[in-house]
Write a protein that binds this ligand. Structure first.
Ligand code: NIG
Ligand code: FE
Length: 416
């Protein structure tokens, strides 16, 4: 049965002609329709427009579920293009260490951080990992997310990386959410390789990538190219090996220093480079001549008390920007994209229109689903959420910390 949502207070981010991303000053221009309707047919958006232009008697003879949305706004569901939501347990101990004054790098150096999650993941069964991740997927769907990218990277040996990626594959099969998976074998150096980091890179290149690609377990490949983690030369080796198997890069770059990660990402035509706290003129210049989406993770910068990336400078230079949650146990234990919108406005000084583009269409681009998600456009998947009655769309980032999402449709199915 088709669904007709009527009297939508405001339909947000409508596209009459589809665009793949929104850049620079255009990020301030948000197309909306007040007192709108939205026609969902099967899994897709069939039509939308102003209530003035619709004759409801046209819909009376056919089988339609008609829902009056007075007071409610409709948004395209969030596209969260960077998460690590498959993990075992949690790491509040490190959180307390951080409060006491230790830095992320200090915690990592003494075997905490990513290596701590890796040890726990090794001990966990695939079933238990799936159940925990399933809970997180359901949680973010309830908060308005319709598409999510999930990385491996807590395995750090071939068997455990494959274990994580199989969990992601099962999530793809069983969840309604649109899911992309990314192989992040080079997330941290396991203790056994501290004296010989290149031997770990050999393992990633010669064993992990062929196996991951052989089982078709990943859509993308990622490397943590940063101070204390992987160098530009190591990153290049891994990206080249991945590209041989058609794995496009999406990389962690410039979170801890001017690491060269942004430039190497651009050189290998990364779909996105993510974090970017350390972004200067040279990095902006490199990004301007690329198809790579700069992706900021303000939840992680907030949680770790880091400096913020120079977003205003980036957007004013003409760049697009995506925002993602980075949902993970160490630097951002939340996948709440509503909160990410608030951080975008409050911490990064982005305008509400800019953050809306950053969490919808630009996020969709950063995970390669912009043809199907990220805006209200004819033929795209009906992945949308309805808000509780709210005054303006700026109320979404303004009222931080509360859930403004009332209902969520994924592929035209009411899930929440
Ligand atoms: O994106 N920066 C690297 N990786 C994750 C953190 C993962 C962890 O601490 O468990 C991030 O912030
Ligand atoms: Fe991350």
């Amino acid at each position: 049965m088709d669904i007709l949502l009527i009297h939508i207070k405001e339909l947000i981010n409508v596209e009459r002609t589809a665009v793949s991303k929104v850049c620079g000053k255009d990020m301030q221009v948000l197309e909306t329709i007040k007192d709108a309707y939205l026609h969902i047919s099967g899994a897709h958006i069939k039509d939308f427009g102003s209530m003035k232009d619709i004759d409801l008697s046209d819909y009376s003879g056919r089988q339609f579920e008609i829902k009056d949305c007075s007071g409610q706004m409709v948004f395209p569901a969030f596209c969260d293009s960077h998460t690590h939501l498959v993990y075992e347990g949690s790491r509040e101990i490190e959180y307390i260490d951080k409060i006491r004054g230790l830095s992320y790098e200090e915690i990592a150096r003494r075997g905490g951080g990513i290596l701590n999650s890796s040890k726990r993941l090794h001990e966990a069964s695939e079933e238990s990992l799936f159940e925990q991740a399933w809970g997180r997927v359901e949680e973010i769907m309830g908060l308005g997310t319709g598409a999510v990218e999930i990385k491996s990277g807590y395995g750090l040996n071939t068997a455990d990386e494959i274990k994580m990626l199989r969990v992601i594959r099962r999530l793809k099969q069983e969840s309604l959410l649109m899911i992309k998976s990314t192989f992040l074998g080079a997330h941290a150096l396991p203790m056994d390789y501290k004296k010989n980091p290149d031997a770990y890179v050999d393992l990633v290149v010669n064993e992990m990538i062929p196996m991951v690609a052989g089982e078709d377990l990943a859509d993308y490949i990622d490397v943590f190219c940063d101070k204390g983690f992987f160098t530009v030369a190591q990153t290049e080796r891994i990206l080249m090996a991945g590209l041989k198997y058609g794995l496009r890069p999406k990389i962690h770059a410039n979170e801890l220093d001017f690491s060269g990660g942004i430039q190497v990402g651009v050189k290998y035509d990364a779909l996105s480079v993510d974090h970017l706290e350390f972004t200067g003129d040279a990095e902006i210049e490199a990004l301007l001549n690329s198809e790579t989406m700069p992706t900021l993770l303000p939840g992680a910068a907030f949680f770790l008390g880091m400096i913020d990336p120079p977003v205003r400078k980036m957007i004013d230079a003409g760049l697009p920007v995506a925002l993602a949650s980075d949902y993970n146990p160490g630097s951002s234990p939340s996948g709440n994209m509503q909160l990410i919108m608030s951080f975008g406005c409050i911490k990064l000084r982005m305008l509400p229109e800019e953050v809306i583009h950053a969490v919808t269409i630009n996020g969709a681009y950063a995970m390669g689903v912009e043809d199907e998600a990220g805006s209200i456009a004819k033929g795209k998947r009906a992945n949308i959420f309805l808000t509780h009655p709210i005054s303006t769309y700026a109320f979404m980032p303004y009222a931080y910390g509360s859930n403004k999402v009332k209902n969520v449709y994924i592929n035209g199915v009411l899930t929440v």
